[in-house]
Write a protein that binds this ligand. Structure first.
Ligand code: ATP
Ligand code: MG
Length: 497
């Protein structure tokens, strides 16, 4: 059957009439494939068999009433066009049938009217289906919206809890040392907390609640920097190679989100390679539009077309409950499209998959972010302002252990009091959303006294525009909660003069 062929089910007891109906449609240029049915059973069989696009039903059937056929058709597909054909039928009956959902009515001695009626019905059914699909999409996006709000609402508290768990676990692990009987237990807590933060972060990025901080990046640098963590993710039996095109134009995107996209692709590749294989990261420039692309190719089991068609759908997963959230590619899609780029999949069952992201080249030249190296022992005095007791304590302990002198305040008012009483500090580390005054306002206040005061913000999430005075300056260094102690120390070191 060709795609364009129209599946017509003619319900008629008379062979000649059925042939005539088929002819009248063919003569009008409609490419039809006609199936005939006489009884209810035959109608059922026909509807569940090959595709039926329109049902043409005779009104005077000996074996089954047209009304019953109509009910049968509607139960099968509420949008399927149904055209009634009859030698003679009372006006009243016709009106009844139309009310019951038959959409058109043609007299047998006026069969030239049939083809236009069928065409109109097909067109209208297509419109109805399109409408339904749009409504479904709208409902789906509304569902996702409220899900995002829900995620954002709990993510803040959840992140604080995770920061505390992971901070203490790290400290426990280090304190106990590898020789201790409980070392493995502490390590397990640390890893579980890290998985938890990974998941929250994925949810926050997916729901668009994590603020974007686009920067100028070289895809080659990002790919190279990620090589170590990627090969750790892929494991020993997967060979990772990179094929980088030199001199790529730079792109603008939030670095940590881009890394998350690449990480998601790598984890999918890992899952598609249960007994090992190869993953290749390629960068290149598309000649036609100058877009810069990065592709992650695996030699894994690939996807059948019906999986590939749904792979970007949020919560679509073939990994089973508890093993995959189905947010990996949906998140990747959101991040890349947000940054003005495109993302596509190319997959062949049994051969492998390529996930390709393309981003427009950046227009303005801005400094490329560089990685800072942190010295072994730190020094300096830091004022930590955070209203969440657990987070404040663990942050203070991490900083003290690294060698910093730490002063802690539970809110901006206390911080201002400390400074007023003569506290000297080399940097301010502050939460953003706090009671009374925001972290950004506090920073502004302190900078009236110390204009060059280095400030590092920490934040669980910001959902859209923050309440008055809480917007972050574009270049403000920001640490997302929950963070590993490593990130905290790196960020603090980076803002210090
Ligand atoms: N490289 C790949 N090879 C084969 N199938 C893939 C690949 N990438 C994605 N898929 C298919 O697409 C589905 C959706 O991927 P996605 O990353 O969105 O979610 P997931 O991997 O199932 O869950 P999560 O990312 O939360 O672990 C996967 O379940 C898998 O069936
Ligand atoms: Mg995934």
């Amino acid at each position: 059957m060709t795609v364009d062929q129209i599946g017509v089910l003619v319900v008629d007891d008379n062979d000649d009439d059925a042939v005539l109906i088929g002819h009248s449609l063919t003569r009008a240029g409609l490419p039809v494939r006609v199936t005939r049915a006489e009884t209810a059973d035959e109608v059922t069989a026909a509807l569940t068999g090959r595709r039926v696009d329109v049902v043409i039903c005779d009104y005077n059937l000996p074996g089954v009433r047209a009304e019953e056929v109509l009910v049968q058709v509607r139960e099968h597909d509420a949008d399927l066009p149904f055209v009634l054909v009859s030698g003679q039928v009372g006006e009243e009956t016709a009106a009844d049938l139309m009310r019951a959902g038959a959409r058109d009515f043609v007299l047998k001695d006026r069969l030239t009217r049939l083809a236009p009626a069928v065409q109109r019905e097909l067109h209208e059914a297509a419109e109805r289906r399109r409408h339904r699909r749009l409504e479904e999409q709208l409902r789906q996006s509304e569902r996702l919206d409220s899900l995002g709000q829900l995620a954002g609402g709990i993510a803040h508290d959840f992140n604080n809890i995770l920061a505390v768990i992971s901070g203490y676990a790290t400290m426990l692990t280090e304190e106990l040392g590898p020789g201790h009987a409980l070392h493995a237990d502490a390590l397990a807590i640390e890893q579980a907390a890290a998985r938890g933060s990974g998941l929250t972060r994925q949810l926050l990025i997916f729901s668009g609640l994590e603020p974007s901080r686009p920067e100028l990046l070289d895809l080659n640098v990002v790919a190279t920097d990620m090589q170590r963590v990627l090969s750790r993710t892929l494991g020993e039996d997967v060979e990772l190679s990179t094929m980088l095109s030199l001199n790529l134009p730079r792109i603008t995107i939030d670095r940590s989100k881009l890394e998350q996209v690449i990480m998601n692709a790598a984890m999918n590749a890992r899952a598609a390679l249960p007994s090992g294989g190869r993953v290749t990261i390629t960068t290149e420039v598309v000649r036609e539009n100058g877009h810069v692309c990065l592709a992650v190719t695996d030699t894994g089991h690939g996807m059948p077309p019906e999986v590939a068609a749904r792979a970007f759908e949020p919560f679509f997963t073939t990994k089973g409950r508890g093993r995959g959230t189905g947010l990996g590619l949906a998140t990747a899609y959101g991040v890349i499209v947000d940054a003005g780029g495109t993302i596509s999949l190319d997959s062949h069952p049994g051969q492998g998959t390529t996930l390709r992201i393309c981003l427009p080249p950046a227009e303005v030249a801005a400094p490329v972010s560089t990685l800072v190296r942190r010295p072994a022992a730190a020094s300096g005095s830091i004022l930590v302002v955070e209203d969440e007791d657990g987070v404040r304590d663990i942050v203070a302990r991490i900083l003290r252990r690294a060698g910093y002198e730490v002063h802690a305040a539970a809110d901006p008012a206390e911080a201002l009091r400390l400074v007023h009483d003569g506290l000297r500090m080399d940097a301010l580390l502050t939460d953003i959303i706090m009671p009374g005054m925001s972290g950004t306002q506090l920073a502004a206040e302190l900078r009236k006294i110390r204009p060059a005061l280095p400030v590092l913000f920490m934040s669980g999430y910001t959902s859209g525009p923050a309440p008055g005075g809480q917007e972050l300056p574009a270049d403000a260094p920001l640490l997302h909660k929950p963070f590993q102690s490593e990130n905290l120390l790196n960020a603090v070191h980076a803002v210090l003069p």
